[in-house]
Design a protein around this ligand. Structure first.
Ligand code: ADP
Ligand code: TRP
Length: 324
């Protein structure tokens, strides 16, 4: 199976990104042909400071490698190293109705939050469709918030194939992992744009403080509590072993467990998973050449697929070019 997914370099990656998307990506590298990219054309819709953008792009690469992406098994590259993607996005925009984009909930949410929309933000799902269709991806592992975009990709592939009477673009399927919607410290969906994240690689003291700031209700320590109503437990159960989850749930129900204790247990579970990756990340940070080399080698692999698909797409549309 061919697996394709991307993550924007629009801020520090967080537990939602890891549990919702990256953990699946890393698992899938074992048995599939994987194309994972840093969606830096997409993040240009929010990051317009060039130095910061370079840094954030590199940070995403470091995060993936530290978390276990093996470049021998999966390609990890920058979206901008595959310029064919923007060419395909243009072509797809000519077969996509404006109404489809107007129905995108993530676009509507941003507008509702008073973000003044650029054409890039409005057309974001078309670029995302190009990202997937250009590698003929079978499966796209993402969090729940991205499913509508994958469904739009399915529609866009159909529009293209119908318009040009061909079967070139493959319809991809979204794939959700075990944590499709991780809550943030305020209980809403954890997201870079809501300021409610727990970053993956903050120093332990900062991570601990952040976990301690998770919103809980005012039930007194001695009272029994429903773990299913608690943000701390909601994250804990995505990270800890089954036995530990059952044990903490029992303590909630029995009473006598303060939220501070539950948060401490969560911090330990997070550290248990991310502590070793933090150390690996520190080592990788010293080796900028290695990281750049991974990105370039992977991009070459991805680009050869993109080149082939684009050539078929141009022929189907009657777009002659000296590049074919
Ligand atoms: P953000 O919303 O923080 O900007 P991205 O849009 O860059 O995050 O998301 C990258 C990947 O992580 C996507 O597959 C997305 O669905 C997933 N993801 C983001 N936030 C969460 C979350 N809170 N729970 C589960 N998955 C998430
Ligand atoms: N829009 C995705 C997000 O914000 C990132 C992304 C860009 C993506 N292109 C993609 C995800 C292609 C999956 C496939 O999370």
């Amino acid at each position: 199976m061919r697996v394709v997914s991307g993550i924007q370099s629009s801020g520090k990656l967080h537990l939602g990104n890891y549990l919702g998307a990256i953990a699946q990506h890393i698992e899938m590298q074992e048995k599939n042909e994987c194309f994972f990219f840093i969606a830096n054309y997409h993040s240009l819709t929010t990051i317009q400071d060039p130095k910061l953008h370079i840094q954030l792009t590199r940070d995403v690469a470091l995060d993936y490698l530290a978390l276990g992406l093996d470049p021998e098994k999966a390609a990890l590259f920058r979206q901008t190293d595959i310029p064919e993607v923007t060419e395909l996005a243009w072509i797809l925009s000519t077969v996509t109705g404006k109404g489809l984009l107007e129905r995108a909930t993530s676009y509507k949410d941003k507008v509702a939050k008073n973000i003044s929309p650029s054409m890039g933000l409005f057309c974001y799902p078309i670029l995302m469709a190009a990202d997937i269709l250009i590698y003929r991806g079978d499966v796209v592992p993402v969090g729940k918030d991205q499913v509508q975009h994958i469904e739009m990709t399915q529609d866009i592939a159909n529009y293209f194939n119908q318009t040009f009477a061909c079967d070139i673009l493959k319809r991809p399927e979204p794939k959700l992992g075990v944590a499709p919607l991780v809550p943030g410290v305020d209980g809403q969906k954890m997201s870079k744009s809501y300021g409610n994240t727990i970053s993956l690689f903050d120093p332990p003291s900062k991570m601990r403080k952040r976990i301690m700031s998770i919103k809980t209700d005012s039930t007194p320590v001695e009272s029994p509590k429903d773990p299913e109503q608690c943000n701390v437990f909601a994250i804990y159960k995505l990270l800890a072993t089954e036995d530990k989850v059952a044990d903490l749930a029992k303590q909630y129900r029995a009473g006598g467990l303060g939220y501070g204790d539950a948060k401490k247990a969560l911090f330990e579970a997070v550290e248990g998973q991310l502590g070793p990756a933090r150390e690996k990340r520190e080592q990788l940070e010293q080796d900028a050449d290695y990281v750049e080399d991974v990105l370039r080698t992977s991009a070459n692999r991805a680009r050869s697929v993109a080149h082939e698909v684009m050539s078929e797409v141009r022929t189907a549309c009657g777009l002659a070019t000296i590049r074919d």
